[in-house]
Design a protein around this ligand. Structure first.
Ligand code: ADP
Length: 354
């Protein structure tokens, strides 16, 4: 299958400073690829390069097998067969909501355009506003219209920059569910920018994690979650506990037991990164010395979050650790607990790495 969108060693600088360095990625038809990373890491620049709003300093961009940007050729946005939603929404102010969506449908038979536009407005919950003008809408409503406008022509490549950022949590869940299904039905190749790992996991077939303008790891969500290659990637997918330790006979010794680190040199300084949900707690039975003391317990809904004081532990970046337990589990402040680590969710890295 021809990749719908390819970046081949693409770099881009603004005023001599590189915002994107040597980025390679590909998106196949029917695939959603998410660019994930902290603010300023270059995600939007990648999207702007794909759209043709910036020209790369090096490398090549191909859409549907055709080179759209290289040293010798830069195709303008309107010739790229892409739909995009950028953060400024950019609706036409003098056109109604319906007319905004109809505007992009010149490839559709004239008599079908309104019906198609209305059906996409319905899918993002904006059909009631068909006759409204953009300035009468909230930011979130404009964002939904921009999504309908970008998706209604069913372009082969769709670029979405934080497309749900203006929506409150419940609306966001329903709109992104709808967008995912629209993308899948139309077999579009979608490149979506987000700084929210959960959103990336919800939407993506593959995730490309960026840091300082470069790709640090990419792969299926479950691979990034289960096998992060750096503390940076592990930590980007949610709250983590970090401990310092030394490698001894292939493991890092922690108060909660050894964590395997066969890839690290004997005697080297290392860091263990453990997700809160990887910690299993046993209430102290008075016979063994407790390893940790409960500082706070909070029900967060589906899980309970327990803050623990672990005096024997060389913590990095914090003075206590978090354990996340499914359901309702609220031990009393001051209670002693023993802790086991689920080693599938504990990762060892060189101390200097990431
Ligand atoms: P992200 O989308 O991950 O937040 P951006 O791609 O917007 O990151 O920005 C990457 C870097 O490029 C940042 O350091 C940002 O300040 C810089 N940058 C972005 N756009 C411009 C611009 N038009 N002119 C100069 N610098 C820019």
């Amino acid at each position: 299958m021809t990749d719908a969108l390819v970046f081949d060693k693409v770099s881009h600088a603004y005023n001599g400073t590189f915002a994107v360095s040597d980025v390679s990625l590909d998106v196949k038809p029917g695939e959603v690829v998410c660019l994930l990373g902290p603010s300023g890491c270059g995600k939007t620049t990648v999207l702007r390069l794909a759209a043709g709003l910036e020209a790369p300093n090096a490398g090549e961009i191909r859409i549907g097998g055709n080179t759209v940007a290289s040293q010798s050729r830069v195709l303008p946005p309107e010739k790229r067969q892409i739909g995009f939603v950028f953060q400024d929404y950019a609706l036409f102010p003098h056109l109604s909501v319906l007319e905004n969506v109809v505007f992009g449908l010149d490839g559709v038979a004239r008599e079908d355009r309104r019906t198609r536009a209305m059906s996409f407005l319905e899918r993002v919950g904006m059909e009631r506003y068909a006759a409204t003008y953009p300035h009468e809408l909230s930011g979130g409503e404009q964002q939904r219209v921009a999504l309908a406008r970008a998706l209604a022509p069913e372009p082969p490549v769709v670029l979405l920059d934080e497309p749900y950022s203006g929506l409150d949590a419940r609306l966001r869940d329903s709109v992104r569910d709808e967008v995912l299904h629209i993308l899948k039905q139309s077999d579009a190749a979608a490149l979506l920018v987000t700084h929210d790992a959960e959103e990336a996991m919800f939407m993506a077939n593959r995730i490309v994690v960026m840091k300082d303008g470069a790709v640090v790891q990419s792969g299926r969500p479950e691979v990034l979650w289960c096998r992060p290659q750096s503390a940076f990637v592990a930590a980007f997918f949610g709250d983590v506990n970090r401990f310092a330790g030394q490698v001894h006979e292939g493991s890092i010794i922690t108060p909660f037991g050894p964590v395997p680190a066969p890839h690290l040199p004997e005697g080297s300084d290392a860091m263990v990164v453990v997700r809160p949900e990887a910690l299993r707690l046993r209430m102290s039975n008075g016979q063994e010395q407790p390893q940790a003391t409960v500082m706070q317990s909070r029900l967060l809904g589906r899980t309970s979050l327990i803050h623990l004081d672990v005096p024997d532990m060389a913590l990095i970046g914090d003075d206590h650790i978090h354990a996340r337990i499914p359901g309702l589990f609220l031990p009393q402040v001051g209670a002693g607990v023993s802790v086991d680590i689920d080693l599938d969710q504990a990762f060892a890295f060189a101390a200097s790495g990431g």
